[in-house]
Design a protein. Structure first.
Length: 464
């Protein structure tokens, strides 16, 4: 096995993500200070979603010496057990709107870890009340929602953080340092890939047969703003919702905010100019089994030309060993990114230490030893107390999340075509042009319509 610097490689499964935290602002020159420091000596928090990723978030936040949870909210009463074991006596709520109304100023901040389709309303409801927000990736369910979260954060002056915790891990921080220091020269193109599919858990083409709602589950609250449909056992709740377009964001939405993060941070990317996609076939209900999404970004001081192409693939599709300039028995990781530079390449596994290729070009290279992993959640609490902001706040996470969801828009408008023999790949629709300043796709009305969605009455996300 090819060694990684500082022995920082770890397994690349969702549940083994490192519990580190955001890049220190000073390390890469990010701005600080948004508002006055938190008036309380401790940050009092409410968790919206307390199971799985929600529990991981609240557990890490609660390990901060000046953080205290004063309320838990979840639509499934069975989900409270683990959080209650750590924080006995914490009040329970099913509806975050009721919770925030009742508790008022006793809550300073919230963590949001619901299914994707409810991120925006939960986060905006909290921010409108002046609450600081930690919101899980992919931040929101549509491009428009991602934009509103950024705008509301700016409008209310709250401290925010997206749950892309690897942003603060030593692996991603080290890769960012190497690229910004010019170790591989200016970057010519980037390939990012994922080893799983967009419907990893669900292969159903139509909504499944309904069944009884489990005791303790409020199905209406779970649906929130999504179209009304019956409960289906073991399909949507508690986890396979990611595969369904009404609730989740597919493979790209699930992992893009992680894997694209060091690409954005290292290269200083903001918004793409054009986006296109092809895939293995899609319907109105679930995401495709595999897809390729191509983004063209304006160049930056860290790129080799006036534009940069970033290509996303999933379901195990990835660049060739030749593109990465691997030798011998070296292989690309199951998921990660390949940065192709003027002086060599950098491969960044998801999650593992960066590797430089071709090996012979870097045999005498010494990796920096001053890069440390930070605690993503603790830095959010620290910023609240100090009146600063995190480097993964919505000012940064908003454009990153918009890019992720623009990829899903491109996938949804790719048009079916007669496949070539031995292939079932759908041909890409022409690349659409993205006018980020005006939140508009200028050359594809069907794609532009997918920037937002309809909501059930009473569940609308208010515009900033």
């Amino acid at each position: 096995m090819h060694p990684t610097p500082h022995s920082v490689a770890v397994p690349t499964t969702r549940r083994t993500f490192l519990q580190h935290s955001a890049l220190a602002g000073a390390a890469f020159g990010f701005p600080a200070v948004l508002r006055a420091a938190n008036p309380n000596s401790r940050v009092q928090l409410a968790a919206i979603g307390v199971n799985a990723r929600g529990y991981a978030d609240l557990h890490s936040v609660a390990s901060h010496a000046k953080a205290t949870f004063v309320a838990f909210c979840d639509i499934d009463q069975a989900n409270f057990a683990t959080a209650d074991a750590d924080h006995p006596g914490t009040p329970h709520f099913a509806d975050f709107r009721v919770m925030l109304e009742k508790l008022g100023d006793t809550v300073d901040a919230v963590t949001v870890a619901t299914p994707d389709h409810m991120h925006a309303l939960a986060a905006v409801t909290a921010m409108r009340r002046g609450k600081h927000v930690y919101c899980e990736k992919p931040l929101a369910h549509t491009v428009w929602e991602c934009r509103q979260l950024r705008l509301w954060a700016e409008k209310k002056g709250v401290v925010t953080q997206m749950g892309n915790q690897i942003h603060s891990a030593v692996e991603y921080r080290l890769a960012t340092r190497l690229i910004r220091d010019g170790v591989i020269g200016k970057v010519k193109e980037v390939h990012s890939w994922l080893g799983i599919t967009g419907n990893e858990r669900t292969r159903l083409l139509e909504p499944p047969a309904s069944g009884p709602v489990p005791k303790g589950v409020d199905w209406d609250l779970w649906l929130g703003g999504a179209p009304l449909r019956p409960f289906a056992p073991d399909v949507y709740h508690p986890f396979a919702w990611r595969d369904w377009q009404d609730f989740g964001s597919g493979a790209l939405g699930d992992f893009g905010a992680h894997i694209f993060d060091p690409v954005f941070t290292a290269l200083g990317l903001t918004a793409p100019l054009t986006v296109s996609a092809d895939h293995s076939g899609i319907n109105r209900h679930i995401w495709p089994t595999r897809e390729t999404v191509r983004y063209i970004f304006p160049g930056t001081e860290f790129t080799a030309g006036p534009t940069l192409q970033l290509t996303w693939t999933d379901a195990g599709m990835k660049p060739t060993r030749k593109q990465a300039q691997l030798s011998g028995d070296l292989e690309l990781p199951a998921s990660g990114s390949l940065f192709i530079g003027e002086k060599g390449n950098l491969v960044l596994p998801h999650v593992g230490g960066p590797r430089l290729y071709p090996v012979e070009n870097f045999k005498d290279f010494t990796y920096p030893k001053d890069i440390k992993g930070l605690n993503h959640h603790h830095l959010w609490i620290d910023a609240i107390l100090a009146g600063g902001r995190t480097s993964a706040g919505f000012h940064y996470a908003g454009p990153l999340a918009e890019t992720v969801q623009l990829g899903n828009v491109a996938t949804r408008v790719a048009q079916p075509a007669v496949p070539k023999r031995g292939s079932n790949i759908v041909k890409a629709a022409p690349a659409f042009q993205w006018d980020a300043a005006n939140l508009r796709i200028t050359n594809n009305p069907a794609a532009h319509a997918l920037l937002t969605k309809s909501y059930r009455a009473g569940w609308e996300v208010p515009a900033a």
